[in-house]
Design a protein around this ligand. Structure first.
Ligand SMILES: O=C[C@H](O)[C@H](O)[C@H](O)COP(=O)(O)O
Length: 223
């Protein structure tokens, strides 16, 4: 079992019968969803909501009972991956483009458990490019505003030669901040810029991190 699988499986131990569970996105959340699928097959009764079309598809394949947001008044627990985690449990997310739904689901949840392999554990956020979701209308203006404000390398995300479009129909700008000394300040600044829908900084949201080590053991941190 690799670190991602170990972390994903361990986090599912928090899932109890009757809970409503948010299903994260990415190659680590994948293992948590797989494990939830196994437990559902064994008789576990839960409600679930997915944070992306990809996770929705996977959950359907595993017969995990999925619900629309309109039918979910409250989420007990969400298990999701991260691209970077700092000691205060601030995160960079969105490497897979799912940051907006992930943040909406996480903020609706009593508890966000982050699952990641140990390589995501960093002292200072920012080595991973920060994903910023922007509306397509006048996205060049938004890009210019971002460049003027921050003067760091950034580019629109492309996949297979075409601009990458999120599940919400928006674009992503990936920005190389290098070191984000004050994630909270940057998070607030970015949110205040018109044209930006949201960004991949999750500050003060996660309260438990399950880090999977290469040997299959896990380290659990709670704040
Ligand atoms: O948009 C994608 C999500 O934020 C992922 O949870 C994040 O990118 C981590 O993905 P992975 O577990 O594949 O490294």
């Amino acid at each position: 079992m690799n670190g991602k699988q170990a972390a994903g499986y361990r986090a599912v131990e928090w899932v109890q019968p009757g809970m409503t569970v948010g299903l994260g996105t990415g190659s680590t959340a994948y293992w948590a969803i797989q494990r939830i699928g196994e437990r559902v097959k064994e008789g576990l009764e839960i409600k679930a909501i997915a944070t992306s079309k990809a996770s929705e598809k996977l959950a359907k394949e595993l017969n995990i009972p999925l619900f629309e947001a309109a039918d979910i008044p409250h989420i007990d627990l969400t298990i999701d991956g991260a691209d970077e985690v700092n000691p205060q449990m601030a995160l960079i997310k969105g490497g897979g483009g799912a940051l907006l739904r992930e943040k909406m689901v996480a903020l609706k949840s009593d508890k966000l458990i982050v699952v990641a392999d140990a390589s995501k554990d960093v002292e200072v956020l920012g080595n991973f490019k920060l994903p910023i979701e922007v509306v397509p209308f006048a996205c060049e203006w938004t890009f210019e505003n971002l460049r003027k404000q921050y003067d760091v390398p950034m580019e629109f995300r492309y996949r297979d030669g075409s601009i990458y479009v999120t599940d919400n129909g928006n674009y992503i700008v990936d920005a190389s901040f290098g070191r984000i000394e004050d994630p909270e300040k940057l998070a607030v600044q970015l949110k205040s810029m018109t044209g930006i829908v949201d960004h991949g900084l999750f500050v003060g949201i996660a309260e438990t991190v399950v880090l999977g080590n290469e040997d299959g053991t896990v380290t659990v941190r709670t704040r």
